[in-house]
Design a binder for this molecule. Sequence first.
Ligand code: MG
Ligand code: MG
Length: 264
Amino acid sequence: MFERIQTKTDDQIELIRKSSLLVGKTLAEVAGWLVPGVETGKLDAIAETFIRDHGAIPGFKGYNRFPATLCISVNEQVVHGIPGKRTIKEGDIVSIDCGVILNGYYGDSAYTFAVGNVPQRVSELLEVTRQSLLLGIGAAVAGNRLGDIGYAIQSFVEGHGFSVVRELVGHGIGKKLHEKPEVMNYGKRGNGARLQEGLVICIEPMVNLGARHVVQDSDGWTIRTADRMPSAHFEHAVAIRKGKAEVLSTFSDIEEVWNKKNAQ
Ligand code: MG
Ligand code: MG
């Protein structure tokens, strides 16, 4: 059914911010437990408890029958990895995507962690992906078009010799986890729907070290790179404003925990 792109009121944007900030705090809690030897299922249980202790509901659990609170995608897994018995190892890159529902509104954000030492090119992959998200956010201003966001991300990523996943995209967010519009991480300047003030979207580049192609694993969820090379994923929820987007989620809590832990 046709679904119109809906902007949000300032009150609704505040609620999405609250949900998004709880996602950041949840990811920070998980980051504290992310060490070699930990099972991904344990990280998931920690996240679920944390979210419920804060009066919210895990946003992914049960969504299209997804079985867990977090999507944990390791190395060549791009997104939608199901937590379970897998054990994190030194040198893994671990993408953790989290959603919550608080006061009826979703929050959604993702971060990729390098556990211990990773090859130089892999740490560049993480840095370029994170930076491409910020450039996409820079293009996400009222009056621009969706293609301007995609172009900003794609041109930067490809300029560094990495590739952008096309099959999965960002999205509007609000009372539903995935609302219109689809927010592509590739595109042409001046193309696509115009960005209106009050639109709230999740921008979430998925960037591959090798070729852009992905496949779905037999579990029906996990998306991985076809060439089995590493992939990274960062996501923020942002509100479109005049001049500069308002970032509703935050990586500050995550990085405070993670940087302190890795400085020890
Ligand atoms: Mg997400
Ligand atoms: Mg998302």
